[in-house]
Design a binder for this molecule. Structure first.
Ligand SMILES: Cc1ncc(COP(=O)(O)O)c(C=O)c1O
Length: 392
């Protein structure tokens, strides 16, 4: 029998796969299904981006480089400067990636010494599971910190005992946050940075939802650095910003010493974006109008669902940004409520899919169209009024 990597057994498969299988079964009968489960909205990728990709498709195909095209690094740096007022050197402080998931997964390989005393990786839970999987496959120990509504679903490194900080090599931050939609301000970033620096901890901010805000633009960890980026990285992505989940394009930005290390590591991995995707990414980073338009679409969907949840007294927590709404499951059992909603042809993600700290909560991803959100809200309301769903 072929041996197996114990990390595979430890981590298992996609925790949302069960929900998707059920949703697909329901979809097979051809009746309307309102799918709020997976964070992959239906809005088309803007034409300016698609055109850039098609025009870059030449007759000859060559290996892309891990360092990426200079024009792409410049486009990322230009966006950072316009959006965050942070000037980064495109040659030494930016490396493109194939989306942020693989960047998150592979990053510990450049930092974590599996034999060393600092093998732990801190991240907030409920949260995006790739912080844990990248850690475990790199031979480290995932050390999730439970987030709470009382603390605004924000990690507080200063609340952790020093031993826990000293055995860790990376602390992941993620705001706007998946799954809760919680935001963080610059003071919070400064506080985390100060604690991380006091303990020689690399702090990495997963900023893939940076552009999906509704009240105030979400800040970047890099804004909190005041020029000194030692031990600091931000991971950005075009997936959510520009409707490019299928293209796979993002970047890691920050500490030049770490970016140099990633330039050594990443050619081993083979995840450089194809040049035509890089061309599309340049067009995407250089255009802001489509991002502002997308935000308004999510704002409209959000308003429909918030109104419905408010009418039925369902508590919404976090949910200030991202295209997620995070609600307390009426009756207290997220899995049972998500299943009852499935009978109404509404697909949601039970909060426990994002870790034990998510139990009792549900995540709604604003995937259906505004009309779809209205129809789903009506079906949901009818089920509450008909006694098929528990009251909040
Ligand atoms: C918090 C968070 N980080 C990273 C990702 C990965 O996104 P992508 O690889 O498409 O950039 C996701 C995807 O849903 C996410 O929710």
């Amino acid at each position: 029998m072929v041996t197996s990597n114990p990390a595979l057994t430890q981590l298992g498969g996609n925790r949302l796969a069960g929900v998707q299988t059920l949703a697909n079964q329901l979809r097979a009968d051809g009746l309307p299904l309102y799918d709020f489960a997976i964070g992959d909205p239906d809005e088309p990728t803007p034409e300016v981006i698609r055109t850039a990709l098609v025009e870059a498709l030449g007759p000859v195909s060559r290996y892309p480089t891990a360092a990426g095209q200079p024009a792409l690094r410049t486009a990322v740096a230009g966006w950072f400067s316009r959006r965050h007022g942070v000037d980064v050197d495109p040659d030494t402080e930016v490396i493109p990636t194939s989306g942020s998931k693989e960047a998150i997964f592979h990053l510990p390989l450049a930092v974590l010494d599996p034999q060393g005393p600092r093998r732990h990786v801190l991240w907030g839970e409920p949260g995006y599971p790739t912080y844990a999987s990248g850690t475990v496959f790199a031979g480290g120990v995932s050390d999730p910190v439970t987030l709470t509504p009382e603390a605004g679903w924000r990690l507080s490194l200063s609340q952790l005992p020093p031993e826990r900080l000293q055995r860790a090599c990376i602390a992941w931050l993620n705001h706007p946050h998946n799954p809760t939609g919680a935001i963080a301000d610059l003071d919070w970033y400064r506080e985390q940075l100060a604690v991380a620096r006091a303990h020689d901890l690399l702090v990495v901010s997963d900023e893939c939802y940076q552009e999906i805000w509704f009240d105030e633009p979400a800040p970047s960890l890099l804004e909190a650095c005041d020029g000194d980026r030692t031990g600091v990285l931000a991971v950005v992505s075009l997936s959510k910003r520009s409707g490019m989940t299928g293209y796979r394009s993002g970047a890691i930005v920050g500490d030049p010493e770490l970016i140099a290390r990633l330039k050594v590591l990443r050619p081993h991995v083979g995840t450089a974006s194809p040049d035509f995707v890089q061309a599309a990414a340049i067009a995407a980073w250089n255009d802001q109008s489509h991002v502002d338009e997308r935000r308004e679409v999510f704002r409209a969907k959000r308003a429909v669902l918030l109104d419905h949840l408010d009418r039925h007294g369902i508590e919404v927590s976090g949910s200030e940004a991202t295209f997620y709404l995070w609600l307390r499951a009426p009756g207290g059992d997220d899995a049972a409520y998500a299943e009852a909603l499935l009978h109404e042809r509404i697909v949601t993600s039970p909060g426990r899919a994002f870790g034990p700290g998510g139990a009792g909560w549900l995540r709604l991803a604003l995937v259906p169209t505004v009309e779809g959100c209205r129809a789903a809200a009506a079906a949901w309301a009818a089920a509450i009024e008909g006694g098929r769903l528990p009251q909040a």
